[in-house]
Design a protein. Structure first.
Length: 523
């Protein structure tokens, strides 16, 4: 099964039904199918063949999905570009992935021009608008609509590339994670089965298109006839507005990174028995603070809450845990659970032997979600995707996460390998300090980073925090509040107040940036 075939299957059964909703505009399954068939035809006519990269300079709109499906049907692999990225970062991506085509709208036209000029490449542009936005020699959406609906046959098989997703690399150079049709189809088939996705369901589309969680939103919902309600970044700026949107659209499924949920909880915008249509609420991408989970579970007793875990390299998510009942203790861990179908989570020690139940180890993943590797980077691929020492011919992916296997077979996430620090000889998990901070209701957000000092204390514990709206709070007061929860050596030594903590392109707290700000102060 190819990824786009999932959507075609639905278009054949329910052409007139709504597929995508965005800001009051809708696109039916039938229109999605014919427009993407026409785009595929045009791309093939212009020379697109199997494996060609097609960069998407497209904002989150129904037409972006036309662009994705059209690319896949022509045999291409799409590369979604974050339109909020500086041209310099996009230039590096373009140099690496060498696209033959780019799909552009007015919002992405300038970034397209600037980054291509800087990279010295000239991919053929198809502007998905009525005019060419001043791009020399570009085709337009009128050309797409004039193309026949006969689809090309690029000779794809499910092991071929569907897209390349660029994630930030630890060295600052973006890494292109290659994802095949089969990688995504395997996950969304499991998800639709586990979640019971039905035609007519009304699901959120919150994460940005360059983040792999949106891959689930698109194929995991449209592929089963559900409606996808695309939420632009502007809606997430005001918590009350977002809650109102969920209410008014009668969404029955919510899926996002945790920070937006914590934001809604901090502003207390969810009422008792709110969102009556909601059936499922899921999060992925980082730890959801337990106080946030309790906030939602208390108010939404009719909703099922599921934690999904996984890195881009293993496609969307690799494990799941549906929370059986509202936790009583704000400090209790929410497991990342058990592997999705076709995947396996392995907790291994330094010599890649399984750790005994309950003991900390390195988390590896194997199975159907594993990417073939990083685009044109054999060295990084070999470092992260290793031979499975216990199964010949198999591969395992080293996540960089630490975990332990619970008695009941549920895996507990314990943080990143790199978030453990030594301060005055004490071994400290920064996550423990963050958990204590997240219990303070007068803080909107907080994050703790370690900054090497070279002195006796080794690594200084530094805390970035944003007070809740209308609250004034000083570091000594926060410190005083933590004294009861943490040993003294874990109390942050340095503090920095923010209106809102810096976030990365995926909406996660940007700890690297916070660390840099502290490090810059001490140098
Ligand atoms: P990304 O590739 O951006 O999805 O980042 C993957 C990393 O995010 C994982 O290796 C984890 O460190 C973290 N992560 C993803 N999902 C979860 C989760 N449910 N709980 C805790 N951490 C998570």
């Amino acid at each position: 099964m190819l990824l786009h075939d999932l959507v075609t299957r639905q278009a054949e059964q329910r052409a007139a039904r709504t597929a995508i909703v965005h800001a009051g505009n809708t696109l039916t399954f039938g229109d999605l199918e014919t427009q993407s068939d026409r785009l595929a035809h045009l791309l093939a006519e212009q020379g697109c063949v199997k494996g060609d990269r097609v960069c998407l300079f497209l904002p989150k709109r129904p037409r972006a999905v036309v662009g994705m499906l059209g690319t896949l049907k022509a045999g291409g692999a799409y590369v979604p570009i974050d339109l909020a990225s500086p041209a310099q970062r996009v230039e590096r991506i373009l140099r690496v992935c060498e696209p033959k085509f780019a799909l552009v709208t007015k919002e992405g036209a300038k970034l397209f021009q600037d980054s291509c000029a800087a990279a010295g490449i000239t991919p053929r542009a198809i502007v998905l608008e009525d005019d060419d936005q001043g791009l020399d020699g570009a085709l337009t959406f009128a050309d797409v609509l004039a193309a026949p609906t006969t689809r090309p046959d690029p000779g794809l098989s499910d092991g071929d590339l569907a897209h390349v997703l660029f994630t930030s690399g630890s060295t600052g150079v973006p890494k292109g994670v290659m994802i095949t049709h089969k990688n995504v189809v395997s996950y969304v088939e499991w998800a639709a089965d586990y979640l019971g996705t039905q035609p007519g369901d009304r699901a959120s589309g919150h994460p940005p298109l360059h983040f792999d969680l949106s891959t689930y939103d698109i194929y995991g919902n449209l592929g089963w006839g559900a409606e996808l309600h695309m939420i632009g970044p502007e809606l997430s700026l005001i918590a009350a507005k977002l809650a109102k949107y969920i209410r008014e659209q009668e969404l029955d499924q919510w899926f996002s990174v945790p920070s937006i949920l914590t934001y809604m909880a901090k502003f207390d915008v969810v009422k008792s028995n709110d969102f009556p249509a909601m059936k499922r609420l899921m999060w992925c991408g980082e730890v959801l603070p337990t106080p946030t989970l309790i906030y939602f579970m208390k108010r939404l007793p009719h909703v099922t809450f599921t934690n999904l875990y996984g890195p881009t390299e293993a496609t969307i998510a690799s494990s799941y845990y549906t929370v059986p009942s509202c936790p009583e203790d704000e400090r209790s861990d929410i497991p990342i659970g058990k592997a999705c179908a076709g995947e396996e989570l392995l907790v291994l020690d330094e010599s890649q032997k399984p750790t005994p139940v309950g003991e900390i180890g390195h988390l590896y993943i194997r199975g159907v979600g594993l990417s073939p590797g990083y685009w044109q980077d054999e060295e990084k691929t070999a470092a992260a995707f290793q031979p499975n020492p216990n199964l010949e011919g198999d591969r395992i992916y080293r996540t960089g996460d630490l975990a332990r296997m619970g008695e009941d077979g549920n895996v507990i996430f314990l943080g990143r390998e790199d978030s453990q620090i030594k301060s005055r000889g004490y071994r400290i998990e920064l996550g423990e300090i963050e958990t204590a901070l997240s219990a303070l209701d007068y803080l909107k957000e907080s994050a703790v980073v370690g900054v090497p000092t070279g002195g006796f204390e080794g690594t200084a514990i530094c805390c970035g925090y944003a007070p809740a709206e209308g609250r004034e709070i000083t570091p000594p007061e926060i410190r005083e509040a933590l004294v009861g929860a943490l040993p003294k050596y874990m109390l942050p030594a340095r503090w920095k107040e923010f209106d809102a903590l810096p976030k990365n392109a995926n909406g996660k707290i940007d700890r690297r940036k916070i660390r840099e700000l502290f490090a810059g102060e001490s140098s």
